[in-house]
Ligand binder design. Structure first.
Ligand SMILES: *[C@@H]1O[C@H](CO)[C@@H](O)[C@H](O)[C@H]1NC(C)=O
Ligand SMILES: *[C@@H]1O[C@H](CO)[C@@H](O)[C@H](O)[C@H]1NC(C)=O
Length: 353
């Protein structure tokens, strides 16, 4: 009897050591663009905040989700495309030494309907300038053919004028993740930006294998976080028996999941292979959960109320805005206290005292 127990214990210890060994191996891999957990927990908060519909609170970074790890963020531009129900912001995170760009996901009446539609999205656009690269026209134009892109590019230029060459970090959840990827690629290819980093959460597939391979060569510093059984990363579907016609994710996926039972549950963040379609990551489970889509790292991603694209704004903030004929608008400002100025002013103050 005792022998049997020892055997069981040994097996457990072996399993434990084995799994630890694997973890360590993953972590010690010297990959130039390795996944950074801390950064992920910060960026998920930006991806969450961009869903807020009170533009005054968002613009002044005082919203209920504008706290915690994103405290002190300065918005440079808040872009609302009312016509297409899109929202994004650009600002400066001094603690990250970066310009952060975040895109909101869809704000349809029902997330279920939006997800159902994802099954039928076609690869219906040749990505300009990349032979054989096909993408979904709808995702592409949400970024490229709305007021979002000019707003972003303008803000990135202004940030550069004020702060010099900061690195650029682009994030977004769900369809906002799709837009973040197109934006990262655009900034790299068309603006010649160096050192663009993209991290998306629960992003759908956006293009075919040829697109994925161009994408990852151009924006190698990309992480695509997926969560448990989140349905959206499984869509539009991947057909392994139809390689020329199928959607194909770009790498590098990091899959969040739990192992264990009852009170012994461990959270695992698995860094997946470089194929983009690692069969041992989120593809190893069925994508059947909407709730796994709406919470990443315990942070809510989505609106407080799924409703029409209503916006709430204080008239005092509206003064910063510009509206076009379609009602789309941009709120922008020069950040009141650029880093350099702030430093010299306080230095001067110190000297005076
Ligand atoms: C991960 O990101 C955080 C926040 O940007 C940073 O402080 C930290 O140095 C990074 N860690 C590594 C190992 O790069
Ligand atoms: C861009 O959008 C306009 C209307 O919003 C449409 O007429 C045009 O065909 C679109 N162009 C592309 C390339 O999608």
């Amino acid at each position: 009897m005792a022998q049997k127990r020892w055997l069981i214990l040994l097996v457990f210890m072996w399993l434990f050591t084995f799994s630890c060994g694997r973890e360590l191996k993953v972590k010690h891999q010297h990959h130039p663009h390795v996944y950074n957990h801390t950064l992920a927990t910060i960026l998920v908060e930006y991806a969450s905040a961009v869903y807020m519909s009170d533009l005054t609170e968002l613009f002044t970074w005082t919203c209920s989700r504008c706290d915690g790890l994103t405290k002190g963020f300065e918005i440079i531009e808040l872009i609302v495309d009312v016509q297409h129900c899109l929202q994004a912001f650009v600002g400066v995170a001094k603690d990250l030494d970066a310009v952060v760009i975040a895109f909101r996901g869809t704000q349809e009446h029902s997330i279920q309907n939006w997800i159902e539609d994802l099954f039928w999205k076609q690869l219906d656009l040749n990505y300009p300038g990349m032979s054989d690269a096909m993408v979904h026209h709808g995702f592409y134009s949400a970024y490229h053919n709305t007021t979002i892109r000019p707003g972003i590019l303008n803000a990135v230029e202004r940030a550069k004028d004020i702060y010099g060459d900061l690195k650029i970090v682009v994030t977004g959840h769900s369809m906002g993740g799709a837009m973040a990827a197109f934006c990262g690629l655009d900034l790299t290819v068309n603006l010649g930006a160096q050192d663009v980093q993209v991290m998306t959460f629960g992003q759908p597939r956006i293009g075919n294998a040829a697109f994925a391979s161009y994408y990852i060569q151009l924006v190698p510093n990309t992480i695509r976080v997926t969560n448990e059984h989140d349905i959206v990363p499984h869509l539009p579907p991947y057909y392994s028996y139809f390689p020329q016609k199928t959607y194909h994710h770009f790498p590098r996926e990091v899959w969040l999941y739990n192992v264990g039972l009852g009170s012994l549950v461990y959270k695992v963040e698995k860094i997946c292979d470089s194929s983009g379609e690692d069969p041992t990551c989120s593809r190893s489970v069925t994508g059947n959960s909407v709730s796994d889509h709406l919470f990443y790292f315990g942070v809510k991603l989505g609106c407080d109320a799924w409703r029409s694209c209503g916006i709430v704004m204080d008239p005092r903030v509206a003064e910063y805005g510009k509206t076009d004929l379609q009602g789309n608008f941009v709120l922008s400002r020069i950040p009141a206290t650029p880093i350099l100025k702030l430093k010299t002013e306080s230095d001067a103050a110190d000297k005076r005292m």
